[in-house]
Design a protein. Structure first.
Length: 356
């Protein structure tokens, strides 16, 4: 789905009611919940596109626990959320991160991004997932020269691997999911893990073993210790097994899934109360230790916290109401239902249904 998004061009400070840090599913739904309260938001993300980690890392991976949506992919979910927030016309500031945050004398916040975009905002919503993240790299000297050419830490276009010889490295869900997805599409698939046991879902492991027994793919135990190249192309990797023997495995592409290395980045220096690199919040408003700053989604922690997208949606709703009194201090905000509220219908740009 294509959607035009607002990107400002003025270098002057942008005054706004709310800034959301993170354009993943929870950050996008935060736009919606704020919009219902007639609060306009600006959204900042370090990535170059909206959708967060589920689009950047797993765009085609199915999600089954979104209410009333039996199954959708990460990309589908982002597209549907973008469609849902269209009436509120949020402005996106992509490919940049917040590097400075200060409380002003008037109670608002000054924010500055890595690209020099400046904001003056009444409230801040941190929806940054696990924070600034980088895939854990394969530590083989010189192999980094093939990144995004033949060495990939994420799959953005599965069709790229059609009819190619693929080696996938890792033992978690991502490695198994992509191995299973590419069998029958790639010319060959070899799954390489450092040990016999896998961390992935048992059903995926069982399916992988069945495909190996049917000679539709291959599984190897060992670690990559070197590579060979020809004509500036990666041609094979050297795999040293637990038996000490090094074998050569020819390939066209190498996919590595060692997981993410999450880092809070500049957020760690904002003076927020943290616990194990997560932001502590209350469960009434999901407000942080700094009044006016809220944290929703995987980046926050509280007793009973569950890292689920649907939990983040719930948090975003309560955070919006919690922020309303900072934005409308003289106004009493009432709970209204999108089913029956003519005011919300006007905000959403829909007609109020007439019932007989």
């Amino acid at each position: 789905m294509s959607m035009s998004i607002n990107i400002p061009s003025s270098p002057a400070a942008i005054e706004t009611d709310a800034v959301i840090v993170g354009a993943g599913p929870v950050g996008l739904f935060q736009v919606f919940e704020l919009g219902l309260l007639e609060i306009k938001a600006h959204v900042i993300d370090t990535l170059s596109a909206v959708g967060g980690q589920c689009v950047e890392l797993y765009p085609d991976k199915p999600i089954y626990d979104i209410p009333a949506v039996p199954m959708c992919t990460g990309q589908d979910l982002a597209d549907r959320l973008l469609e849902q927030i269209k009436p509120f016309a949020p402005t996106f500031h992509l490919g940049q991160e917040v590097v400075a945050l200060y409380r002003r004398e008037d109670g608002r916040f000054d924010m500055v991004t890595s690209l020099g975009t400046c904001f003056i905002t009444k409230t801040v919503f941190i929806a940054a997932g696990v924070g600034a993240f980088q895939p854990r790299a394969l530590k083989v000297e010189g192999i980094e020269q093939f990144i995004d050419q033949q060495l990939f830490y994420r799959v953005q276009d599965p069709s790229h691997f059609a009819d190619r010889h693929i080696v996938i490295v890792g033992g978690g869900d991502s490695a198994l999911d992509w191995a299973l997805a590419l069998v029958g599409k790639a010319a060959s698939v070899v799954l390489l893990h450092r040990r016999e046991q896998f961390r992935a879902a048992p059903a995926s492991v069982a399916k992988m073993h069945a495909l190996c027994e049917a000679f539709e793919m291959q599984s190897m135990v060992g670690q990559i210790t070197g590579f060979e190249m020809q004509d500036a192309q990666l041609r094979e990797v050297k795999v040293t097994g637990n038996d000490g023997i090094t074998r050569r495995v020819p390939l066209d592409d190498l996919l590595v899934f060692f997981g993410l290395s999450p880092k809070l980045g500049p957020i760690a220096h904002w003076g927020l109360d943290l616990e194990r690199k997560q932001i502590k919040v209350d469960t009434e408003k999901f407000e942080t230790s700094i009044p006016g700053i809220f944290a929703v989604g995987d980046i926050n922690t509280y007793p009973g916290k569950k890292k689920l997208i649907l939990s983040g949606f719930h948090e975003a709703a309560l955070a919006a109401f919690g922020a309303a009194h900072y934005i409308f201090p003289e106004k009493r905000v009432h709970l209204q239902y999108t089913t029956t509220s003519t005011k919300l219908h006007k905000v959403l740009g829909v007609e109020t249904p007439v019932f007989d």
